[in-house]
Ligand binder design. Sequence first.
Ligand code: FES
Ligand code: FE2
Length: 381
Amino acid sequence: MAAEALGGPEVLPDGRTLPWAWYVDPSVYELERERIFRRAWQYVGHTERLEQPGDYLTATLDTVPIVVVRDGDGELNGFVNVCRHRGTPIVEGAGRVRSLQCPYHAWTYGLDGRLRAAPRSDREPGFDKAGLSLVPVRLATWGPLVFATLDAEAPPLEEVLGDVPAIVDAAGGDWSSLTLWDRTELEVAANWKVLTEGGLECYHCPVAHSTFTDVIESSPDAYDIRSYEYVSSQVGHIKDANGRSPKRAMPYDTAGPIDAMHIEFVWPNLFFNMMPGRPNVMLLYFVPVSPGRTLSVTEYYFEPDAPPEYVRELTEFINVVGQEDADISERVQRGLRGNAIPDGRLLPDSELLIQHFNALVYRSLSDSTGPPPGKDGRIRP
Ligand code: FES
Ligand SMILES: [Fe+2]
């Protein structure tokens, strides 16, 4: 069992956290939008909603609406979901279409993004349809998970995911054939980094998650944490029956091909989680809404024929943990927002993955046009 750094950016010195002002300052938030959420690969949806030609789903990267659509050749295409005429988002939600037709003046684009028809454009000399295709967005997949980025220069998704696909494949169970059973959205009054950091350590588990620690052993010698370049990995094992509270029944049946808990973090905002038991995947991702508010989205995937009782019990178990994390994150935000104290002190043996995440934030905000505003000189690694 280990806390191991296997690559990644240089961490901030002396166990220091990011400056706490960065969790409330609107100018840092704007910089994060520009340098993190307009650049990084982000999970946008699952291919089970994109099986047939014309199937589409929509998502938002930072504030940019995008659409992912399967074309007649079976390829997935990504576009900025904004009409080239006057800027209307063309489709909403998810569904199946023959073409992408704007609801305002009916400009109609093919599934390949080309402008096919624009009513009355034949009356306009020099109207150039060829130059008015939908703007493409880069897509990539990991198994059935579709990711998108607005940045033409972003490193390939494969490079970002690093060892995570191999770790997940070795964990047991066929996760790629699971189906969506439930999806929840919760808006939390905390900065997206507070929520993310809460998912990157289990130091708080014995204190804040009593049900969780009845199932998973979270003592430091039994809990593996490893950081890589852009990802990090936590592996926890089922608690020995002797360590469990004798008064409580197991919250769900942990028997199955997956014998450990996995929390795989993919920069900047996705957690790929598996609990011990029958095949299951919980995708948890955080969408910043403002410096002090974040949308927390959870998607629950199980086998198509999973016993409903198993699904219900494991989903409830996860929801309890999620609510406990949301509550403590809101409390943290109330502590940070007054700017009374410049920063905090991590315990790197237990909180290595927060150091890694903070270093990625720091590096992202520091690149290209110089360091971020504020306290850069003091905490520069
Ligand atoms: S804005 Fe799309 S057709 Fe006019
Ligand atoms: Fe937690």
